[in-house]
Design a protein. Structure first.
Length: 511
């Protein structure tokens, strides 16, 4: 930020020298014009207008306006203004589908598209420039005498990715960008290589050494969102907000489980979705599970959501908030019975829906949303006493995953290893979430190669940023970086105790 300030102060030197020269010239004219007050006032006015139009003043005025409107600091607003003003040049420097017109004429660039990048490394012959003396003179006056333009303003660029929309947030700026070069796609602009190139030139342009660029693409969208972040809103853990059990929660809507990287809330769609949560040990899978259950607590209390838990670590994970669960299985035998029972309940509900002619289930106290939460789902495979039992358990899970959606059955399964051998039903999940993973291969397995190329670099999440991850919606293919709320044992216990208490009060009321 400091160097961004010093960078924006530099043009003032030229401005001051120019002002002094003009002051001397104008005073001389004023003296020879009989020292009229009106002429003097006219010159002062001329200076004020010229200063307002001059280069150093323009970005500053723009930055002050952005800073006041968006509530960010002036230095951050200056960095934003730098990005806007230097956009074409910055992208040309990054070689991301941008070409300078003189390079094109010189035949330096035959194709701007090589997976979205300009080909580098060819030698150039500068073109014979067909220059117009008058145009050059006007440019000279504008740049040297008045300071109203820069030489770089006269350079023409083509094939520069276009900004479709820009929004300034507390933490940075989001640009929705669409490709302009022939053959370039939004995925090219969201690839890790493009991001690395643009990020380093954005750092140079803005002078913000700590600036981070992230991309969000979706397979269906023709544009990509580039988020230039001055300060990562996910760097600091956010405790789960107090739960108000009286509040009515719609279980069919996304449940806020943490912060979105833009600083807003991140909601996880549970209803109608089967979610696979993959993350290395200690990556914070527990915080995703508890954030979700605490978010649903009012609906659990109202009986509109029923949670069924499988924790084959002997209850290490779920005992803290066991009262939020309708039933929990801590051993393999219990897990098998729980899944069999859930499958029966699913069949009954499907039969009921056929009878009543309903095609879509609506959660209610009579027919609640049944949420199955499995921690360390791979243990359903490797703890099986024999292959026959393992196959039976798999079959129950498969049935729930493949037919549960319309009947109001959802699943959240957490595991460490994204390989298919760990969970044969992996492909039946419609939502993918990856927290920190060990290797890029793991990230590709968990999220899909395209998602990692599009910026979901789960293997790059720092160990100190537990609960941070990437979520992908399989329907929209949208990738979102988020951090789950940090749920202390006391917070979980407190809410679970309150839910039990209100269940008991409810039971008393019935008598
Ligand atoms: N969202 C979060 N913010 C801050 N700290 C967190 C967050 N989530 C988890 N942690 C911390 O990280 C540690 C590990 O978290 P957690 O037990 O949830 O990981 P896990 O992925 O479930 O690990 P395992 O696979 O070993 O069960 C905990 O000590 C917790 O305090
Ligand atoms: Mg855990």
């Amino acid at each position: 930020m400091i160097s961004s300030l010093s960078r924006s102060l530099l043009p003032w030197c030229g401005f001051v020298v120019r002002s002094l020269v003009w002051a001397v010239v104008l005073v001389a004219i004023w003296g020879s014009a009989g020292q009229s007050v009106f002429t003097g006032l006219f010159f002062v006015l001329l200076f004020v207008v010229s200063a307002a139009l001059s280069l150093p003043m323009r970005p500053l005025l723009w930055a002050i306006w952005v800073s006041r409107r968006s509530g960010i600091s002036v230095s951050q607003a200056l960095a934003y203004v730098c990005l806007r003003r230097e956009w074409d040049r910055m992208l040309w420097r990054s070689s991301v589908g941008a070409v300078r017109e003189d390079e094109r004429q010189a035949g330096l660039v035959e194709s701007v598209v090589l997976r979205g990048y300009r080909q580098d490394g060819e030698t150039v012959q500068r073109p014979d420039e067909d220059r117009d003396v008058l145009v050059d003179f006007v440019r000279l006056v504008l740049v040297v005498a008045t300071g109203w333009a820069r030489w770089s303003d006269f350079v023409r660029y083509s094939d520069v990715p276009r900004i479709v929309r820009a929004s300034v947030t507390k933490h940075g700026v989001d640009f929705t960008v669409s490709p302009a070069a022939k053959g370039q796609t939004a995925a090219d602009l969201g690839s890790s290589e493009a991001i690395a190139r643009v990020e380093s030139s954005a750092r140079l342009v803005t002078g913000c050494g700590g600036l981070v660029l992230r991309a969000s693409t979706s397979r269906t969208s023709a544009s990509v969102v580039w988020s230039f972040v001055w300060a990562d809103p996910l760097a600091v853990a956010v405790p789960v907000p107090p739960v108000d059990l009286e509040r009515s929660v719609d279980p069919t809507a996304p449940v806020p489980i943490g912060l979105h990287e833009s600083g807003g809330l991140y909601g996880l769609q549970v209803y109608g979705k089967m979610t696979l949560l993959v993350g290395g040990t200690g990556s914070g899978k527990g915080s995703v599970i508890w954030s979700l259950l605490l978010g649903l607590a009012p609906a659990i209390r109202a009986g509109v959501v029923r949670v069924h838990g499988i924790d084959l670590k002997g209850g290490v994970e779920f005992t803290t908030g066991v009262d939020l669960f309708h039933q929990v299985a801590y051993t393999y035998a219990e897990a098998k019975d729980l899944l069999a029972g859930l499958e029966d309940a699913l069949e009954q509900r499907l039969a009921h829906m056929v009878e009543s002619g309903s095609r879509k289930h609506v959660p209610s106290a009579d027919h609640p949303l049944e949420l199955l939460v499995v921690d360390e789902a791979a243990s359903l495979t490797y703890l099986a006493p024999d292959t026959a039992t393992s196959k039976k358990v798999d079959a129950h899970l498969k049935r729930i995953l493949s037919t549960g959606r319309a009947a109001g059955f959802s699943v959240l399964a957490a595991m460490q290893d994204p390989r298919k051998e760990s969970l044969s039903t992996r492909d039946l999940f419609s939502n993918q979430i990856a927290l920190r993973l060990r290797t890029e291969d793991d990230a590709r397995l968990a999220l899909g190669a395209w998602a990692v190329d599009a910026g979901a670099q789960a293997h790059m999440i720092p160990e100190t940023q537990q609960g941070t991850g990437y979520g992908i919606d399989s329907e929209t293919s949208e990738i979102v970086r988020f951090r789950a709320f940090w749920c202390s044992d006391d917070a979980v216990r407190g809410v679970a105790a309150e839910v039990t208490l209100s269940f008991m009060e409810g039971a008393d009321d019935e008598f």
